[in-house]
Design a protein around this ligand. Structure first.
Ligand code: SAM
Length: 497
């Protein structure tokens, strides 16, 4: 395959990196969120000794869609009004730029994979054939394992009438690191739940319930006798099961082959469950459009169910999973849930924040955010201000946010033509607190990131004091427009920014 400026090599440097935030007290290896261009982040991981250590890589890179992706800016609280949009990332490329970009990342990713690891590349119709060829060039044709076709949506509205069929499918190309390797393979099964009528239409029935049959294969005579005693042998054509001890044979009286009965599991009063193997057509995992409860307001977010299937199939607990285009953090959130180690990279600071808030909402094993390369973290919201008090009490440290305002958010509210809410908390998405700030790394001792749209941050917090010495307290306020404000206060003092 050729493209303008093709070069199948990449320099592996050792870019500068800085630890900027930690969440929770890590036990064991903390998860890593790396902010910066992933070419730098992947080089940095190699320089840190992660080469050959990653069991599974899932990537969902830009699709060469030409779209400038945005997300909604929405006030929190009862009405959760949308007041504007903010840009997230742009997926537009010069000729040849997209494939060169992907080639450089794939070359680095290959070095990070464990000898028996797998890479899963998620894409859509636009570039799936080019990306397959590119993977063949970089990993070798013999490393191709499969391509999953995932129904990501069901065409609705105008899309139903698309010329030459709607695009409702995404593709996931799976390659292994080495052609002679045996990657982890935990074959997934899927459950199909049937009503009584559906079960009756598809299965045979006897006093034991609905069943299907399968050929007895090489079962021994003793095993067949045992199954017969349990009522598990089926004789076709209304015949009976004959057990001939002399001939050591179990057969059907009216001819035809006997079969072993497999009963459907009954669930509740009138539902039946069939378990089937999963093939490479995944129509049973709904897209985000039908799971609004998972939506964290990041464009192109994938579903937890999809990542659960991928990670459970290709890894075991304790294995390391990497997503170099982590977006809203779906991969790392699922890896955390399933007890796998995780690393997520993204060039968009808000993606890193969204991933962090998603993970930090649960039981933590701990995580670190690193700034890699020299892009710097965009600290929007510099116009913001807040008033915060920190006081020592008998219980520990009491922190109260008295007010917060960001003129950028106020302007959006005015443009939306709505009245400014009296409660500042409607403009704040999350509050992070470092009770002993060292001026460099923000170590989160408490995080208040309410789920859902209607709940507000508390604004008043009590933290246990771990020692007599109380350092300055740092509070980070994340507003709904993506702005961030850091307020550092001395204890027992009132400081205004
Ligand atoms: C399709 S989205 C990933 C969505 C993700 N799978 C999820 O479930 O939310 C692609 C992501 O790649 C990131 N990205 C694009 N170019 C990048 C680069 N050079 N380095 C790191 N991240 C990049 C974008 O910021 C975006 O968040």
């Amino acid at each position: 395959m050729q493209w303008p400026g093709k070069r199948l090599s990449v320099e592996i440097g050792n870019p500068p990196a800085q630890l900027v935030e930690c969440f929770s007290a890590p036990q064991g290896q903390p998860g890593l969120l790396l902010h910066g261009d992933n070419r730098d982040s992947l080089s940095w991981l190699l320089a840190q000794g992660y080469g050959g250590k990653v069991q599974l890589i899932y990537i969902d890179p830009p699709y060469d869609s030409g779209v400038a992706w945005t997300s909604r800016v929405r006030l929190r609280g009862e009405n959760a009004t949308v007041i504007g949009e903010r840009s997230e990332y742009t997926d537009a490329w010069a000729p040849g730029g997209y494939l060169q970009f992907m080639a450089e990342r794939l070359l680095l990713l290959r070095e990070l994979l464990a000898p028996n690891g797998t890479i899963w590349l998620h894409c859509d119709y636009r570039r799936q054939s080019h990306l397959h060829l590119l993977l063949e060039e970089i990993f070798g044709p013999d490393c191709f394992l499969n391509t999953i076709a995932w129904r990501s949506q069901t065409a609705r509205g105008a899309k139903v009438h698309a010329h030459y069929f709607p695009h409702s499918t995404h593709f996931i190309h799976i390659f292994r690191r080495a052609a002679d390797s045996q990657p982890v393979w935990n074959p997934p099964r899927r459950e199909i739940v049937l009503s009584q009528a559906e079960a009756a239409a598809q299965f045979m029935q006897d006093a034991g319930g609905f069943f299907r049959t399968s050929h007895p294969g090489s079962y021994s005579f003793e095993k067949l006798v045992e199954l017969h005693a349990a009522g598990r042998i089926y004789a076709p054509y209304g015949g009976e099961v004959i057990v001939d001890g002399n001939e050591r044979r179990v057969y059907a009286s009216n001819g035809g082959n006997i079969g072993i009965k497999y009963y459907l599991e009954k669930r509740g009063r009138s539902r039946y469950v069939v378990t089937r193997a999963v093939d490479n057509l995944w129509e049973d995992l709904p897209g985000l459009g039908t799971i609004p409860s998972e939506d964290v307001n990041y464009p192109t977010q994938k579903t937890m169910g999809l990542l659960r299937r991928i990670i459970e199939t290709g890894t075991n607990p304790g294995d390391l999973v990497l997503d170099a285009f982590v977006g809203s953090g779906t991969t790392v959130a699922v890896a955390e849930e399933l007890g796998r180690g995780w690393i997520g990279c993204d060039a968009n600071w808000r993606a890193v924040r969204t991933s962090e808030l998603r993970i930090a909402g649960g039981e933590l094993t701990g995580g670190e955010i690193w700034q890699v390369g020299d892009a710097g973290i965009p600290r929007e919201g510099n116009e913001s201000s807040a008033a915060v008090t920190a006081t020592r009490t008998a219980d520990g440290l009491r922190l109260e946010i008295l007010k917060f305002s960001n003129p950028a958010v106020d302007r959006l509210i005015a443009q939306a033509g709505i009245e400014k809410p009296a409660d500042w908390r409607t403009t704040v998405q999350a509050v992070l607190i470092d009770p002993a700030h060292d001026g460099e790394v923000f170590r989160i001792g408490m995080i208040d990131a309410p789920k859902g749209r209607t709940t507000l941050v508390a604004g008043v917090y009590t933290l246990p004091l771990k020692s007599d010495t109380v350092g300055p307290v740092a509070v980070r306020l994340l507003d709904v427009a993506g702005g961030e404000l850091l307020v550092v206060v001395g204890v027992d003092a009132i400081i205004r920014e």
